[in-house]
Design a protein around this ligand. Structure first.
Ligand code: F6P
Length: 472
């Protein structure tokens, strides 16, 4: 049995240069913590971009050496590549199309060329580390061509791919000028994983409409090779969030928050800055609540954390301005001398603060317009050890398929979100407990370890199916 090579655009550590020193901080994402358990095992490794452009050769050597101790292999990107491959193609074509915002897409040919070239760079880095018997697990939309590029060089190797964002209807996907190349790239894998059954359906529909491939249910035949496309809803490290709620530092933060917001209901909103997250609509819904339900004036706070992200991409800059404007308007309209309806923060927080917020929030309001899974909703549930709290969740988040004891809403319907807020704030204790218990059972059972285990086992199954089909 060979090693597993995990590949993603970003490595699970972030590197910054501060005062001439390299500062390594672990990434907090679900992917990083979840796969942490397997990439540290045996000879397994993780290949990805360390998040810095590391201009000089000496800095690259230093970073490479330090990362090696952590079983991490860096792929360095030049500034131009960050601009074209990451910001330009990944985040100005694939991200908006995959999130159903086709009018935001910017089909720049040079950005596409850079995407091809950087995917090749990742493929070369993988091939350098590859030994017979290894399994390659590629993650997310930034690297759609990588499975195909590897397959050309290594026809027998085991390759899996997981898509962390939604896969759109083929009517949207087919708008991309390089749609066939992208699909062919994905089909280099033996196993293609998606969060939901609908994502799988959309992918199969795109592949069979746009390429000369046949599908038998979720099994495709690509140049005489079996390829499976299946749903694997991603879980979180639920124990970690549950245990954090008992951590003394977190408890201290919880007490401070409780003191500051003594007689107020706290509605929590946490996202990366992104137009897919429905932040504007959420603010509109909150404004409507204050307007239609004056009984909540001075009794409620929307605690809104927006984590800076991709702010060199034009649509993200515009969104930031729009959020700032709207928050300002709502505060100016409703605030009193003793109270402000929104506490708005535009930066990231350490996990201990996030955990404390999950613990003090009476309601967690998660209303993306479109989301592959949405881990915040699961982290909130995992943090609520006493089974209190209400989750309001968008139907458009992959998590809504599993967390159907949340109050599910259409994120475009601000009146429905307002009503859900009223229901949440008035929910009888026993109903709240029943709903939270049911959601916790799901989040703890189908956690990240379970996700990794079933996904890895399925790669073995596909390889066996391929051997059986060759033997017949
Ligand atoms: O889950 C989607 C995703 O794009 C991941 O691939 C990525 O690690 C995360 O969101 C954060 O995005 P970025 O790497 O662009 O900051």
């Amino acid at each position: 049995m060979g090693k597993t090579i995990i590949v993603s655009n970003r490595l699970p550590v972030k590197i910054n240069e501060e005062n001439g020193q390299l500062v390594f901080t672990p990434s907090e994402g679900g992917l990083a913590t979840g796969l942490g358990s397997i990439y540290k095992e045996g000879d397994n490794i993780w290949i990805g971009w360390p998040g810095t452009t590391a201009e000089t050769e000496q800095i690259q050597i230093d970073i490479t050496e330090k990362l090696k101790e952590l079983s991490l292999i860096p792929v360095f990107l030049r500034k131009e590549e960050v601009k074209r491959y990451y910001e330009g193609f990944s985040n100005e074509v694939l991200w908006p199309i995959f999130h159903y915002l086709s009018t935001y897409a910017n089909y720049d040919y040079h950005n596409w060329l850079s995407y091809v070239q950087v995917n090749q760079k990742f493929a070369d880095a993988i091939l350098k580390q590859l030994n017979p018997g290894d399994t390659i697990w590629v993650h997310d939309y930034q690297l759609l061509l990588v499975p195909g590029l590897i397959r050309q060089q290594q026809p027998q190797v085991s390759i899996a791919y997981f898509n962390h964002i939604p896969f759109p209807s083929q009517e949207l996907f087919r708008l991309i000028p390089w749609r066939k190349e992208l699909l062919m790239g994905m089909l280099g894998a033996d196993l293609l994983g998606f969060h939901t059954f609908d994502d799988v359906r959309h992918f199969l529909s795109a592949a069979t409409h746009l390429l000369p491939v046949q599908a038998d249910a979720n099994r495709l035949r690509v140049e005489n090779r079996i390829v499976l496309a299946e749903p694997f809803p991603m879980g979180i490290d639920s124990d970690k969030f549950s245990n954090l709620s008992k951590d003394p530092t977190v408890i201290q933060h919880i007490q401070n928050f409780k003191k500051n917001f003594a007689d107020k209901k706290i509605v929590l909103s946490i996202d990366r800055l992104d137009y897919s997250k429905g932040i504007i609509e959420r603010l509109n819904a909150f404004e409507l609540l204050l307007e239609k339900n004056p009984e909540y004036l001075e009794k409620i706070i929307l605690y809104m954390v927006v984590v800076p992200s991709r702010d060199s991409v034009p649509q993200y800059k515009l969104l930031k301005d729009e959020i700032d404007r709207l928050v300002g308007n709502i505060i100016a309209r409703f605030r009193t001398f003793q109270w402000s309806p929104i506490a708005y923060f535009y930066h990231g927080y350490p996990i201990e603060i996030i955990s404390a917020l999950y613990n003090v929030a009476d309601v967690c309001l998660v209303t993306p317009m479109r989301d592959g899974m949405n881990l915040v909703s699961k982290e909130y549930v995992a943090s609520r050890n006493d089974n209190t709290g209400v989750l309001i969740l968008s139907e458009m988040a992959g998590a809504s398929k599993e967390l159907n004891d949340a109050l599910l809403v259409n994120p475009n319907n601000i009146s429905e979100i307002r009503k859900a807020l009223v229901s949440a704030l008035n929910m009888p204790e026993d109903e709240m407990q029943d709903r939270m218990k049911a959601m916790r059972a799901v989040v703890f059972k189908f956690n990240i370890k379970h996700w990794v285990k079933i996904f890895m086992a399925r790669i073995e199954d596909v390889k066996q199916m391929q051997r059986d089909s060759r033997a017949n």
